[in-house]
Design a protein around this ligand. Structure first.
Ligand code: NCD
Length: 360
């Protein structure tokens, strides 16, 4: 047991000890005052702290700048590997279980191919409505089951916070592939990698985010990531109904990133490094009429891009696109969503899997 703090309060001895119960849980033993003993779990996901092995990847909050750079240097190695040899046998004998309770094509496919390119195996579970969940199985039981078959679990779920619950239900690493309107850390990391690759830095950047800020989980993870670096300014263009929740807005402001909410294209700054266009998240609306009202609100046309954009910027999108970027823009050299951004996702997930599995 590690005695971390010992101090006097109101003439009583107060002790705070941290006891590592297992790899994931830290039990906090608190004596306040000496006669009273409180035990409780701190279940915040563990910081990476330079060591990915065995860790869950639930939130961008677990990352420091250094962790991001460790991941990026391995991502570049994976890129090189794929381009030269297609892959390797680094993860031979390892199995990844991908459990998706929500639709996905890119994230699901990219995790599967990442595992395959490194010689590992996988259990693909999509459409969990067809599984034991339909018989009433709890998430905890599902996690227990698949952790007996595999070495890492990737989970997507419609409820915010589920990835954390899933991670606490098993000993093996759990990677969040999107938890409702919460977070989508691997998407944000690949977005950051794409920005870093283009501009050679992650600080002193100006970004424009457009679309659904309220429900978009990729936006929330990316803002968390950008707030680790100095002097970043992000303009958020959305209808008033789809602005960030005030809680998220205040949280981001406190982190030091400058957030400016805008309503019109004409408020877009001319000097943006990247635009991050997003889909209005139809499935998150309680009322279809509310979705109908906003669904066509920010459709990016070539004319708009040429009027408000600049020649050095990049245009990103986490995909899938519905109608919010006109097809004609796809061939614009600034548009990176269909090419670089997606490929980077595979390289980054290869690196992340190898890191959490302790193979690099
Ligand atoms: C995103 C998601 O699922 O949050 N897609 C993805 O994983 N690349 C964005 C979206 O669905 O709009």
């Amino acid at each position: 047991m590690n005695l971390l703090k010992c101090f006097k309060t109101f003439k009583q001895l107060v002790l705070i000890d941290f006891l590592a119960v297992d790899r994931k849980h830290i039990l906090l033993l608190k004596l306040v005052p000496r006669t009273k003993v409180f035990w409780f779990f701190m279940d915040n996901p563990q910081k990476i702290n330079g060591d990915f092995k065995g860790k869950d990847i639930v939130s961008l909050d677990q990352f420091s700048k250094k962790d991001i750079y460790i991941l990026f240097s391995n991502t570049s190695k994976m890129k090189n590997l794929v381009q030269k040899k297609g892959g390797s046998t680094l993860l031979k004998g390892k199995i990844m279980c991908a459990i998706f309770y929500e639709p996905s094509s890119r994230t699901f496919g990219s995790f599967i191919t990442s595992m395959q390119r490194l010689g590992g195996g996988f259990i693909p579970l999509q459409g969990m409505g067809n599984s034991s969940v339909a018989k009433g199985e709890t998430l905890e039981d599902t996690m227990q089951t698949f952790s007996s078959y595999s070495d890492v679990i990737v989970i997507r779920h419609p409820e915010r916070g589920t990835a954390k619950i899933a991670a606490n239900a098993t000993e093996i690493p759990v990677i969040n592939a999107g938890d409702g309107i919460g977070e989508h850390p691997t998407q944000a990391l690949l977005d950051l990698y794409t920005i870093q690759e283009e501009f050679g830095k992650l600080d002193n950047l100006t970004g424009v985010f457009a679309g659904d800020m309220l429900h978009g989980r990729t936006v929330k993870s990316l803002l968390r990531g950008l707030s680790l670096f100095k002097n970043n300014t992000c303009y958020l263009l959305s209808p008033k109904e789809l602005k960030l929740s005030r809680e998220d807005f205040n949280d981001f402001q406190r982190r030091g990133i400058k957030i400016i909410e805008i309503k019109n294209y004409s408020d877009i700054p001319k000097n943006a490094h990247f635009w991050y266009w997003t889909r209005i998240q139809k499935e998150r609306f309680e009322n279809f009429k509310d979705y109908e009202k906003v669904k066509n609100i920010f459709i990016l046309t070539k004319r708009l891009l040429d009027t408000y954009g600049n020649s050095k910027m990049i245009l990103m999108h986490p995909l899938p696109r519905v109608n919010e970027i006109e097809k004609e823009i796809d061939s614009d050299t600034r548009a990176v969503y269909l090419k670089r951004q997606m490929k980077n996702g595979m390289y980054l997930r290869m690196a992340l899997l190898a890191l959490v599995l302790g193979k690099i």
